[in-house]
Ligand binder design. Structure first.
Ligand code: GDP
Length: 376
């Protein structure tokens, strides 16, 4: 699968700058609202040192990284769900991504006006949450009308569904996102069987992306935040809500992309930072969505990284590579990246019995290097 991450943010949060830096695409950047009218999509290779290292061991003709898709989703402002600004065209774009990165402005710059005049990351994050809650409430209203009609038949399932939708409403009215709704087994089953939560925005996993000043970047990445009260406040909000937070500097991320890879690394390291914003975003998003990466080597011809959901069994993982491999799956030869790296070669790994034969029920682990055996 390809992880698709939607970027949302209030105007002048630095969202376009970050999107450009991450994808090196050129969408208009300007210090006025609504520079980004249409959603923009950029597909970016996922940086993974393991992939490079495996390639050094295998020396294949081709190296194929897994990719992440960034979608720049246009102007969310207070009142968007009621048609302010660009209106609610953002809804469908959000529905189509796997997770939403909420870019929150934490930088001050007198030349870049803030739509609400002051720098207040927690307020901005809440404005966005509120808009998403309001959009869900509007959708719930329509959904309740539909279920209400069905409930007239007296079918108990629909009556229960109506009650559950009512609980969603109360929850959202209190400004809370449905991703933390306390489902029990029965209500989860009911919601699932009647598609009660399908398309609701606040069920979508989110992460906060704190876009900080260049001067405060290293301190904000490494913490602690005592001297950075606004970042500290956003961190506390993220912990209360169970939403991860990633610190970036859109400006620095943009500068990094002007540099060759080695220099970019040195530039970051000189600040005491050891991963790019892209790396940190990928890491946190994979964790948030429960994704893992495995590798194939195609008999030494091609080293290829693949993204799958954690918990996936070997035959389904084989199906990501080719549907024939899933249908005709026999066994998987598996070596973990750590074991291969330690052994230094496949031959040495084999000698030390580090390559395992796994069957249909094997659950693919992050970093596995797999050779699928299958029949056609
Ligand atoms: P958007 O409306 O959220 O897409 O914001 P843009 O990316 O268009 O940025 C608006 C303005 O803020 C531009 O002039 C950017 O150069 C500036 N900007 C974006 N990120 C940063 C940052 O991290 N630091 C500073 N100082 N300025 C930034």
């Amino acid at each position: 699968m390809t992880l698709s991450l939607g970027l949302v943010g209030l105007p002048n949060s630095g969202k376009s700058t970050l999107f450009n830096a991450l994808t090196r695409l050129r969408v208009p950047v300007a210090s006025y609202p609504f520079t980004t009218i249409e959603p923009h999509v950029g597909v970016v290779p996922v940086p993974d040192q393991r992939l490079q290292h495996i390639a050094e061991i295998v020396r294949p003709q081709r190296v194929v990284p897994t990719v992440i898709e960034f979608v720049d989703i246009a102007g969310l402002v207070r009142g968007s769900s009621k048609g302010e600004g660009l209106g609610n065209q953002f809804l469908s774009h959000i529905r189509n991504v796997n997770a939403v990165a909420v870019v929150v402005r934490c930088f001050s710059d007198a030349d870049v006006p803030h739509i609400y005049n002051t720098i207040d990351p927690v307020r901005d994050a809440k404005v966005i949450s509120t808009e998403l809650c309001l959009a869900d409430l509007a959708m719930l209203e329509r959904r309740m009308e539909r279920i209400h009609r069905a409930a007239k038949s007296g079918d108990k399932q629909f009556i229960k569904a109506l009650d559950l939708l009512g609980q969603f409403q109360i929850y959202l009215d209190a400004g809370r996102s449905l991703r933390s709704f306390p489902f029990d087994v029965r209500s989860a089953e009911l919601a699932q069987s009647l598609d009660l939560t399908v398309g609701l925005l606040t069920t979508k996993p989110i992460l906060y992306v704190a876009n900080v000043d260049e001067e405060r970047f290293a301190a904000a990445v490494n913490g602690p935040y005592e001297a950075l009260p606004d970042i500290q406040a956003l961190k506390e909000l993220s912990e209360r809500e169970g939403v991860p937070m990633v610190v970036v500097s859109a400006k620095i991320e943009a500068e990094l992309n002007e540099l060759p890879e080695d220099e970019a690394k040195d530039y970051l390291a000189a600040m005491g930072v050891y991963q790019s914003g892209l790396q940190r975003l990928v890491e946190v998003s994979y964790k948030l969505l429960g994704l893992v990466t495995f590798f194939t080597t195609t008999g030494g011809k091609e080293v290829h990284a693949w993204t799958v959901a954690a918990g996936m069994k070997a035959p389904q993982a084989a199906g990501q590579v080719h549907s024939d491999m899933e249908r005709g799956f026999i066994r998987a030869e598996v070596v973990s990246y750590r074991d291969l790296a330690q052994a230094g070669s496949f031959a040495a790994a084999r000698e030390h019995a580090l390559i395992r034969l796994e069957g249909h029920n094997y659950i693919v682990q992050d970093g596995d290097i797999i050779h699928f055996r299958f029949s056609v």
